[in-house]
Design a protein around this ligand. Structure first.
Ligand SMILES: [Zn+2]
Length: 198
């Protein structure tokens, strides 16, 4: 057969094994639809290898053949033409399948959106709770009013924890003596803990 002078008339992929086990009826419908194209399914008309993706070509005698994408290039068809055909999916699906897939896609997207919404709500809730905990330290740091104290305050307010060194600086800044002693030990340790908690 002379495939050299054939031109692309379509493209389809075989329905997946997953579809075959999940929905045999849809799978069989898809296969019988594909058979109507007159293309031999599952093997390349050029090299005989098993294929999933079929570039459908019509030869000079008007007969259609399915060939693999790499063989399509070998017989002289351009990459662009093959890609275009692939995007066309001329024989790929029945309207019912397309509707089914579209509905499934909408369902998937809705589930994803719901998941994102819940995650955002959980994050917001966590941040709110964290802000309640750090509010007092935050306010005190802001009152000191240095760039350093404010940047640490911002870190805490945005939900981040501080490094041990940073937390120590907070304790120093917020204590009257600048060091841990018997009198302020409990408060010092509590602040250290609070600032480094993740
Ligand atoms: Zn081939």
């Amino acid at each position: 057969m002379d495939l050299q002078h054939s031109h692309i008339v379509g493209f389809f992929s075989l329905p997946s094994q997953a579809m075959q086990s999940a929905n045999p009826t849809a799978y069989n419908t898809a296969i019988s639809e594909l058979r109507k194209t007159g293309v031999q399914l599952g093997s390349c008309a050029h090299c005989g290898m098993g294929i999933i993706h079929h570039v459908v070509v019509k030869d000079s005698a008007g007969k259609v053949h399915g060939i693999g994408t790499s063989c399509a290039e070998k017989i002289g068809l351009s990459k662009e033409a093959i890609r275009e055909a692939r995007n066309d999916y001329t024989y790929d699906t029945t309207p019912e399948q397309r509707a089914e897939w579209k509905a499934a896609k909408i369902k998937r997207e809705a589930a994803q959106a719901e998941y994102d919404r819940l995650m955002l709500a959980a994050r917001t809730k966590r941040l709110k709770a964290r802000r309640k905990v750090v509010a007092e330290v935050y306010a005190q740091l802001m009152l000191i009013g240095s760039n350093f104290s404010e940047s640490l305050a911002d870190q805490l307010w945005s939900g981040h924890s501080l490094s041990y060194r940073q937390a120590e600086c907070v304790c120093k800044m917020l204590s009257t003596t600048g060091r841990r002693n018997k009198k302020n030990a409990a408060q010092w340790d509590a602040q250290l803990d609070l600032c480094t908690t993740k």
